[in-house]
Design a protein around this ligand. Structure first.
Ligand code: FEO
Ligand code: CA
Ligand code: CA
Ligand code: CA
Length: 632
């Protein structure tokens, strides 16, 4: 978040991994030809592997069934939550049936768009944009949509779309072609004030707990959380399926269960989820919404430890009826979650703490996940090891376990139990030797198991956090992207290798201001403040920006915030989309065949998407007019 990040931080503060690409190899072997066979049958594939585009296509080709299910973030295509989808192809693996066609070329060929400061969404020639779902739109059955100038009760607001759309994931549904219909789970990070409150409700047009009446607090809490909506493609346009039994809101007024070791300190239930920033999914098709806040700014009388967790929801509402705060994954300003799995279905979940200072973590459950029985995975995120990353010199790295009793994490250090380590995770991570990063935002795991993280920017270092090899700028105005590989590509690895994939920024601006550390090394269209990040199943890296529009990164230099596509092999960056005035780009989801992308516009400030009306955060649908995969 940029609009209020600094204020919020002053107060305290695939993507999910690509499920297709991270499939266990044994599943791939069961479901399709081995990689070597594919390579032998078409030597051109070898070139793809070298360019970084091939591995994704190969893994998808090898596992058509999971491309249809897991590719959409859901391993289970069966209504009873148990079934053979992991081992039995549901499709023939051809494009359009849920898998990518490896005979097609997914090289990045779209014509990049110029920087723009217009109050509109700009996409390349041959692409079309549709506004699908905006703040205030009806979600739950029987609810109504927002009308300009009319302000909903807290009960009604809690059935409509919340504000500030952020992280998002697309899930397949039992019995539905995932290229034509599924579920979108969408985070609502903050309140879109102008949609929920009359202009003069608060002195500074921002929510103020001290001024707010109890009812106003409840309205604001209704406006955050998660929307789950069923969407479908009808006559080349996507629409929200009204009155779908899956349509549901999870809000700041809903009850959440608490799982994991910190339950003893937090309590068995917590009211509300807050600052639902970005998100991820699990290999078993649940949604992980991430709370980017560790205090309660709506009611300071409530326990402070209820927030700052990863919350697991079942978008189908079957194996979990309410959200569960997974405390074993640590309490900090969670940005998103991405996962990596191995042949034995052991899995690691990667997470960033968007704080100053903030570290990078991974959580490794003690047990492998069950690919056949979704419900068997429900305790998995409660028992495991949480690690913090240490980025050492010369591209070497180490995962340090955050276990009560280890050096620096003992009773003498102020931690009576693992619950204390988890609740005080930010302090524990630094004392255990974790590297303080320049505000980690999204993490993504690519088809070749390379892992990327956006470090959005950090100019408040002062004497608090000295530069280090992984965060080399004394004043990091524009951010950077780091890439790492686990040793042996194993989720269980305790060491890794890393490099700086790119330094964002504009060389001309740096020269003009006489500040060489503003210069970046982007090959192609430059940008500032990378935030949203996902490497798709074809191996392309999508980067979304969230510049602080009042600071060094100005629209005059970079244009409005936008979305860029980068070839990870060459590093070439192309501007794919520019958003309207004042917004940040967030949320990247897509259908398994990549013909439809869903992208969020958060907090536009002028009159987008409808001229003359209150601006509203919205989910976009982006497709090619010829129906081919996006980006190619
Ligand atoms: Fe909600 Fe760090 O962005
Ligand atoms: Ca934001
Ligand atoms: Ca973000
Ligand atoms: Ca941000």
């Amino acid at each position: 978040m940029s609009r209020s990040t600094d204020a919020a931080k002053a107060r305290s503060l695939p993507l999910a991994s690509d499920p297709v690409s991270s499939l266990p190899a044994h599943a791939a072997r069961r479901a399709g030809r081995a990689l070597d066979e594919v390579l032998a049958s078409n030597p051109a594939r070898r070139v793809w592997l070298k360019t970084g585009l091939g591995a994704a296509a190969l893994s998808v080709f090898g596992v058509p069934a999971l491309a249809a299910g897991l590719g959409a973030g859901n391993p289970d295509g069966n209504p009873d939550s148990k079934g053979p989808s992991a081992g039995q192809p549901a499709t023939d693996g051809k494009a359009g049936a849920g898998g990518l066609d490896p005979a097609k070329d997914y090289a990045i060929r779209f014509q990049p768009v110029p920087r723009s400061t217009a109050d509109q969404v700009v996409v390349p020639p041959g692409y079309e944009v549709q506004v699908l779902f905006s703040t205030g739109d009806a979600v739950e059955a029987g609810s109504t949509s927002w009308t300009e100038g009319v302000f909903a009760s807290w009960e009604e607001a809690g059935k409509r779309a919340g504000g500030d759309h952020d992280g998002m994931h697309y899930f397949a549904l039992p019995g539905v072609d995932p290229c034509k219909g599924g579920l979108l789970a969408i985070n609502h990070e903050q309140v879109d004030m102008r949609v929920f409150f009359a202009k003069d409700s608060f002195a500074n047009a921002t929510f103020d707990e001290k001024q707010a009446t109890p009812d106003q607090k409840r309205v604001a809490l209704s406006a955050v959380g998660v929307s789950v909506i069923e969407v479908e493609l009808v006559d080349k346009a996507w629409r929200v399926k009204r009155d779908s039994p899956y349509n549901r809101r999870y809000t700041g007024n809903s009850a959440y269960a608490v799982g994991g070791p910190a339950r003893e300190r937090v309590g068995a239930t917590v009211t509300g989820t807050l600052n639902n920033c970005s998100s991820g999914a699990t290999p078993w098709g649940t949604y992980l919404t991430c709370e980017e806040v560790t205090f309660n700014y709506f009611d300071s009388s409530q326990a402070r430890q209820g927030y700052g967790w990863v919350v697991e929801l079942d978008p189908q509402g079957k194996i979990l009826r309410q959200g569960v705060k997974r405390t074993a994954m640590g309490r900090f300003n969670h940005e998103n979650v991405a996962w990596l799995a191995d042949d034995a279905r052991r899995v690691a979940f990667y997470m960033g703490d968007d704080s100053t200072p903030g570290c990078i973590y991974k959580f490794v459950p003690d047990r492998p996940f069950d690919a056949m029985d979704r419900a068997a995975n429900l305790g998995l995120l409660d028992e495991g090891t949480l690690y913090v990353a240490r980025f050492n010199a010369a591209g070497q790295g180490k995962w340090i376990p955050l276990r009560h009793g280890a050096a620096g994490l003992t009773a003498a250090d102020g931690y009576a139990s693992q619950a204390d380590v988890l609740v005080e995770c930010q302090r524990a991570a630094v004392s255990a030797g974790g590297t303080v990063m320049d505000r980690p935002e999204w993490i993504t795991v690519g088809p070749r198991k390379d892992i990327y993280v956006t470090l959005t920017n950090y100019t408040g270092r002062g004497g608090k956090a000295p530069v280090n090899d992984a965060n080399p700028r004394a004043e990091n105005h524009h951010g950077h992207i780091i890439r790492w590989n686990e040793t042996g590509d194993s989720p269980l690895a305790t060491t890794f290798t890393w490099d700086i994939f790119l330094l964002a920024g504009d060389p001309q601006q740096a020269a003009a201001q006489g500040k060489p550390n503003l210069a970046g090394n982007i090959n192609g269209d430059d940008f500032s403040s990378p935030d949203g990040l996902r490497q798709d199943a074809a191996g392309r890296l999508w980067v979304q920006t969230d510049m602080n529009l009042g600071a060094v990164a100005t629209p005059q230099v970079f244009g409005n915030n936008g979305m860029y596509c980068i070839d990870p092999a060459t590093g070439e960056s192309k501007r794919f989309l520019v958003g309207p005035v004042g917004c940040e780009l967030t949320g990247i989801a897509y259908t398994p065949d990549l013909t439809t992308f869903f992208v969020n516009i958060q907090h536009p400030t002028q009159a987008w998407p409808e001229a003359g009306r209150t601006p509203r955060s919205s989910t976009l649908v982006i497709r090619r007019t010829d129906g081919a995969p996006v980006g190619a």
